[in-house]
Design a binder for this molecule. Sequence first.
Ligand code: NAP
Ligand code: GCO
Length: 266
Amino acid sequence: MNMNDFRLDGKVALITGASYGIGFAIAEAFAAAGATIVFNDVKQELVDKGLASYKEKGIKAHGYVCDVTNEEAVTDFIAKVEKEVGVVDILVNNAGIIKRIPMCEMTAAQWRQVIDIDLTGPFIMAKACIPAMVKKGHGKIINICSMMSELGRETVSAYAAAKGGLKMLTRNICSEYGGANIQCNGIGPGYIATPQTAPLRERQADGSRHPFDQFIVSKTPAGRWGNAEDLQGPAVFLASDASNFVNGHILYVDGGILAYIGKQPE
Ligand code: NAP
Ligand code: GCO
């Protein structure tokens, strides 16, 4: 066992939607492991914000404006990256949104938007990156799945369907391209304190904690929300040579939520 297998030196890592949040934390860890960081966001001001944040951390990242749902834009984006930075060795499909709306109140347009970004986007990004990975003889794809790849809950029907589909897309890329030495795995974060979950942690008018906040803490054996930093080690592992025989796997980083039926009555 060579500990250098956990290093990412000489690798180009593309993390989608990584101006902040989970994507940013993963990119930070990849940079510390030696990778060159490429990221995208849908708005220039967010890319600029991200570049400034990376610079503050001493990371010279390459930022691009690109909507992961736009196949033509993604094709141009990847061609630019390959020309300006290099072939993408590691793709992290992180960009994602959620809409918390009771299913029968959700419009088909709202449903389609979530599916488009959270499931079709990773398909488009992977499709754009795989040919060069095959040519190079290796590649790593990490899809950011969710507890909702396994569980449902009220108001997140589109998100759960997308993340469940992303689990199966992960397994299918493994099946179709494992022979080309491409490892495609997923990370299933538990409940992580980021802007996406801020509404679930808002203090109530009386200063008490949000009921959902209390619920998640009681449902998590670790007794806390996760931080984006909790995902860094697992992400580096799945991006590195240390995981070359791990394929089609969803690694849940959830503080034990999925294993736990919930606190028994006193
Ligand atoms: P976040 O804070 O909302 O960040 C999401 C990022 O994706 C933002 O930078 C966003 O940019 C970008 N994005 C959205 N739509 C995009 C598009 N069409 N093209 C390119 N970029 C786009 O979310 P997060 O909490 O860091 O979550 C990141 C990923 O982890 C998501 O896939 C999420 O589903 C997943 N996840 C999160 C949790 C959690 O508890 N936080 C748990 C499990 C899984 P804009 O700001 O411009 O929208
Ligand atoms: C929600 C949350 C979750 C988390 C995450 C859990 O509303 O239930 O946003 O969906 O984002 O996906 O793994």
